[in-house]
Design a binder for this molecule. Sequence first.
Ligand SMILES: Cc1cc2nc3c(=O)[nH]c(=O)nc-3n(C[C@H](O)[C@H](O)[C@H](O)COP(=O)(O)O)c2cc1C
Length: 231
Amino acid sequence: MKWIILIPADGLLAGWKIDRDNGREIRVKITIVSGSHRTGSQSVKVAEYIRDALLENRLCDEADIIDLAGNPFPLWEQDIWAGEEKWTRLLDPVRERLCSSDGFVVIAPEWHGQVPAGLKNFFLLFGRNELGHKPALIVTVSSADGGAYPVAELRMSSYKNSRICYIPEQLIIRNVESVLNGDPEKNDPEADGYFRERIGWTLGILREYALALEQVRASGATETSKFNNGM
Ligand SMILES: Cc1cc2nc3c(=O)[nH]c(=O)nc-3n(C[C@H](O)[C@H](O)[C@H](O)COP(=O)(O)O)c2cc1C
């Protein structure tokens, strides 16, 4: 007996994609970094919503959350570059989670017009080896109508040496307490509907960048032992 498996013309089926050039299956993993130091933060609420949306809409095969609540990483120290054991023990498991990711969502609340210090520290601890030439979606969070400053800060100062590739779309979740809540009673129906739809559309774009940039890395063009830092 012969089995025939039908694959839709666009190669997209149930969250996986066949690379028709060599027939291998590409799995997509997206890691979400929740940049608030606060426990039970609005950022982590948004992170969990995004994780569920990614998985339910089959935009990736695996979605991970790295939550910076409670400051799990001490401030950067010189010993990291010496490969000191206390640091490798802490950082290696996280490095692995980041290296195995194809794209990122970076969530930053606006704190006094800035990105929280723990998130900036994250970009000192992890860099080109984990994040380089991978797409990332910036999502900022404000309890009022802020959220633009952390977008500008991340776009200006966190990509140079890490070579993380922020996609042109971004999400600014204003009045965050009144959207994306599990309890519909807590949501402003108009704003909530808008953000849910916009998040879904934007995550679809992130997925396509994740698939596209995998080819950029696989080409070998980004590899260098000479130009380790951006200009
Ligand atoms: C230290 C601190 C500073 C803040 N500064 C701002 C600000 O400059 N602009 C703004 O829109 N919201 C500001 N907020 C309110 C945050 O936008 C709001 O608390 C948001 O939900 C924080 O996200 P989180 O719960 O993920 O930490 C600030 C909150 C904190 C804790």
